[in-house]
Write a protein that binds this ligand. Structure first.
Ligand code: ZN
Length: 335
């Protein structure tokens, strides 16, 4: 991304092994993330920035210290590099690893190949070579599925719980899928888009709420005997959506927030009187990858449906435009 709004596909040198813990992956597919729109819209700086942090592909070469993946393996990687051995990783927060590094900051997987540092701690090999129809689902695991799953776990979605999901983008839809898999009794998707409502229902939503802001909160309370939802997932990151999520959470309930929330200010006193648990941040996707890969491999979940536009990598600029103009929820780039 040369500058905001200016995405170009250009030739770069092939990545090479630098550290013994590196792997070079020949990418099979990659995609454009909602968070890539932040620099695209000028909210984050962009200056000849390498883009992309979601990826699946075949390992081409590994450094001498890499033990868990080998050339020829098909791998799914997290959007945060992690060693998966430090104290923070072992506690399940690989996105906060002491060696954490964001893939979008300096690696860039909207590319034909990528050098992935700390390959053992970042990549997970699939049980074999996947059928082509599994590729979108495995790619979703790299970020949006892992993030939606983390949000549902952070919100303690589970049996007997009513879960409200604020946001009907790819992550919100994946959070609905996760809540359903985790056994939630009732899943309320907050959405105004007929197509996304349909997908939310496909993934397990039992109710749809179209109202937003205070009206949205009132509607959630109405559906939950005035109490609010046990578990609320915030997957947007705006002031309105965040406060809607806080307001929709019942006293003692859990809020999982994964929308990147640049300009959100949470009034301390509202959080104080809400009396809720909160957990969010960049998802430790690596924690969930082995389980998610297996669910996809066994065809028990089908997260690949979140991609509603597929383009060749050369047309990445059009993919950004389509997402920016909301003509697409999520764009898959083929290689
Ligand atoms: Zn670590």
């Amino acid at each position: 991304m040369h500058t905001a709004g200016d995405v170009r596909v250009e030739d770069r040198d092939d990545p090479k092994i630098i550290e013994p813990t590196d792997a070079v992956v020949k990418l099979t597919a990659t995609c454009i993330c909602g968070s890539d729109l932040w620099p695209y819209r000028g909210i984050e700086p962009a200056d000849h920035t390498l883009m992309g942090h979601e990826y699946v592909g075949v390992v081409e070469e590994v450094g001498s210290a890499v033990k868990t993946v080998k050339p020829g393996d098909f791998v799914v990687g997290s959007f945060v590099i992690s060693d998966n051995t430090c104290e923070i990783c072992r506690a399940g927060f690989q996105s906060k690893c002491v060696h954490a590094e964001f893939v979008h900051a300096g690696i860039g997987t909207q590319a034909e190949k990528a050098r992935i540092p700390l390959a053992d701690g970042t990549l997970v090999a699939t049980p074999g070579q996947p059928d082509p129809e599994l590729i979108p689902a495995l790619l979703a695991a790299s970020d949006v599925l892992g993030t939606g799953w983390y949000a549902a776990v952070a919100a303690e979605a589970g049996p007997g719980k009513t879960v409200a999901v604020v946001g009907d983008g790819a992550v919100g839809l994946m959070a609905v899928l996760a809540a359903e898999q985790l056994g939630a009794e009732r899943i309320i998707a907050m959405s105004r888009h007929p197509e996304r409502q349909k997908l939310a229902r496909y993934y397990g939503a039992t109710d749809i709420v179209e109202e937003r802001g205070e009206e949205g909160v009132a509607k959630i309370k109405e559906l939950t005997n005035g109490l609010g939802a046990h578990s609320v997932i915030e997957a947007v990151g705006t002031q309105e959506s965040f406060m809607q999520a806080v307001g929709a959470t019942r006293g003692g309930g859990h809020l999982g927030y994964v929308g990147v929330n640049y300009d959100v200010t949470v009034p301390g006193i509202e959080l104080f009187f809400a009396g809720i648990h909160t957990l969010g941040g960049p998802a430790p996707v690596r924690r969930f990858l082995p389980e998610l890969i297996q669910l996809i491999w066994d065809r028990r979940i089908d997260p690949g449906k979140v991609f509603d536009l597929t383009l060749p990598l050369e047309q990445a600029p059009e993919g950004y435009k389509a997402m920016d103009e909301r003509r697409a929820t999520k764009v898959l780039l083929t290689l």
